[in-house]
Structure formats: C-alpha cells, structure tokens
Design a binder for this molecule. Structure first.
Ligand SMILES: Cc1cc2nc3c(=O)[nH]c(=O)nc-3n(C[C@H](O)[C@H](O)[C@H](O)COP(=O)(O)O)c2cc1C
Length: 322
C-alpha cells in the first residue's frame, strides 16, 4: 500500500507522480490519474515567454480549474529574467482575469526538452552544464515563492542527464545537486540525455548517484526518478536500485491511467469495461465544462476506446518527448 509522500509543504497521497506531457496532460486526464492514485499532476510544459506576452494559447495550457486535483505548472524559461517576469505575470493573472491560476500548488522548471529549436537558443538541456545560471534560476524561483500570493507548496526542476552522451559521461547532472538541494523542494531526474529517444535505454544508475549525493547535502530533498517505469515491478526495481524517493510516470499513464492503482497497491492495473466507460463520461463532462481543446479530446477518446478493446494506445508524436 502506498503511503503519503511529502514534497515541500505538500502531503501527497502517493509517491507516484504524473509527468507533464504535451498534448496529453489536460485537466480531465490529470483528474483521472489522481483518482487512480497519482500523488500530484503537472500541466504540460508552458513557455514562460508566452505567459509574459499573455499569449492566449499559452495561457490556455494552464487549465488548473480543478482544485480537487493537486496540480503544478511546468515552466520552460530561457533565462532567469524571463522566468522572473513570467512568475510575476502568473500572480497578476491569478488576481485578475485567471482566478483558476490560484489552484497551482507547485512550479516545476523544465530543463529536459530536446527540441532542437530550444537547444539552439542555449536553453533547456543546453543549460544543464551552466551550473551558475541554473543556480540563479533556482534561486529566482525560491525567492518568488516567498512573496507569491499563490498557494505554492513545492518548487522543483526536471532534468535530463546532459545535452548529449559526452555531458552525461562527464556527469554534469551531479553538479546540479547542490543548488537543487539549496533552493528547491524536489528534483526529478529523467535518466537519459537530450540526444536519446524514449526507446533508448535508461541509466537508472545516474538517479542513484544523484540520490547518494543529495543525502550528503546540508539540506536534502526528495529525488524523483523518471524513465521506463511501466508497472509495480519496475517501480520496485527502480526504488531498490536507485534509492529514489518518488517516481514520475509518463507513457505508462498514457497507455493506462489505472497504472497508478497498481503502483499504489490499491488494485488491479486493468480497469473493467464499466470503469473505463465511467471514466470516459467524466472526462468528457470535464472537457465540456472547461472547453478542453479538441486535440486532447480526440487523443483521450481514442485511448478509452483502445483500452475498451484491449489494445494498447500508441504514444502521440511529440517533438517534446522529454
Ligand atoms: C507525449 C509526451 C509528451 C511529453 N511532454 C513533456 C513535457 O511537456 N514536459 C516534460 O518535462 N516532459 C515531457 N515528456 C517526457 C516525460 O515527462 C518523461 O520524462 C518521459 O516520457 C520518460 O518517462 P516514461 O518512461 O515514464 O515515459 C513527454 C513525454 C511524452 C511521451
């Protein structure tokens, strides 16, 4: 049975966290995963520049309408200035035109997006080797957290192991542990470098190295492992091999949102036809209430149908397979 898990000041129902996923992690899907046992959920990656420009399509991604589902926003910022302005704007919007932003309980910084456009600008995984810059961004986030009117319970970051194999071999990710422990409440390690595809092998050993170093810091924080956990057996293996505190789940949740039920020891991963039908109904009602975009509806409707017919859903093509 899963026990409560703490990050920052948030007490979560489990240590299994739903990953931010572009084109997938909308409000209805997040609620379904939470109902099945996910400890916390995140919006998909939201560009700080879009928040600053008050771009409607960007703001629509922050669909944090459901106060019953713990949800963090995942932010992508190219530098500390852009981050600071975006955070300031979040507060402003929450207090004026976007009151549902007040439901945001966590902020996660994305340093894993492998998109060439992002890497070309020196952002995302290209920043991983720039420890001072990363330290400043973590610090900015921590400072904002002290003054924001949003009920932020946890701040953190999601990294890859480097921009490429060379950086991974140099273990640049280990240099980030000290600033992360100093400023953040949790640290998510996707155990691949940014050149690797999701079909490439994961290096769980790097998660262990991060955890071993984190516990030696004056202030330690939970380390969340990510990559290739599809079942309770995988989760046990990752936990015993790495010592990680929590586990982030992405593709397994797309294939089957009930995977959290198995992970948390609350039942079978395989839902009944009635459960799937009810979940679909609830998803559609939420989508209608909050005018979820058609692409999410199409994606999840197909997912429910495939689950009903016992066929595993394929993963959508995303430039953003972080
Ligand atoms: C469709 C899809 C979209 C994704 N979008 C994001 C994203 O917006 N932000 C992010 O940090 N990671 C994103 N990822 C990466 C996942 O969060 C996760 O790190 C990766 O899939 C490895 O976990 P897994 O083995 O459990 O799938 C995405 C992954 C998929 C499959």
């Amino acid at each position: 049975m899963s026990t409560p898990f703490t990050i920052g000041t948030l007490t979560l129902q489990s240590k299994y966290l739903l990953a931010p996923m572009e084109g997938v992690s909308d409000v209805g899907f997040r609620r379904l995963c939470f109902q099945n046992g996910a400890g916390i959920t995140w919006t998909e990656m939201v560009r700080a520049s879009g928040i600053v420009r008050r771009n409607k399509a960007t703001l629509d991604l922050i669909d944090t309408f459901d106060s019953g589902t713990p949800t963090g926003i995942q932010l992508f910022a190219v530098n500390e200035r852009e981050l600071a302005v975006a955070l300031y704007n979040l507060d402003q919007l929450a207090n004026s035109t976007h009151p549902h932003f007040k439901n945001i309980v966590a902020v996660d910084l994305n340093f894993g997006c492998p998109s060439p456009d992002i890497i070309r600008t020196g952002a995302g995984p290209a920043l991983l080797k720039r420890v001072n810059k990363m330290n400043i961004m973590f610090d900015k986030l921590a400072h904002w957290r002290k003054t924001t009117t949003l009920p932020i319970g946890a701040i953190g970051a999601k990294i890859r192991l480097g921009l490429n194999q060379q950086e991974q071999d140099h273990k640049i990710y280990l240099r980030l542990v000290e600033p992360a422990c100093k400023h953040l409440d949790y640290f998510i390690v996707h155990a691949r470098n940014a050149k690797q595809k999701s079909s490439d092998p994961v290096s769980w050993n790097a998660i262990k190295e991060v955890k071993d170093l984190a516990i030696r810091q004056p202030r330690t924080i939970p380390i969340i492992g990510n990559g290739n956990v599809f079942s309770a057996i995988d989760a046990e293996r990752m936990t015993s091999q790495t010592g990680c505190d929590g586990i982030m789940i992405a593709r397994a949740a797309i294939a089957n949102p009930w995977v959290f039920r198995e992970l948390t020891g609350h039942g079978d991963a395989k839902p009944t036809a009635i459960e799937i039908a009810r979940a679909k109904e609830e998803y559609m009602a939420i989508a209608q209430a909050y005018t979820t975009k058609q692409k999410y509806l199409d994606f999840h409707k197909e997912g429910f149908s495939r689950m009903l017919s016992g066929i595993q859903q394929s993963v959508p093509k995303s430039e953003n397979m972080q």
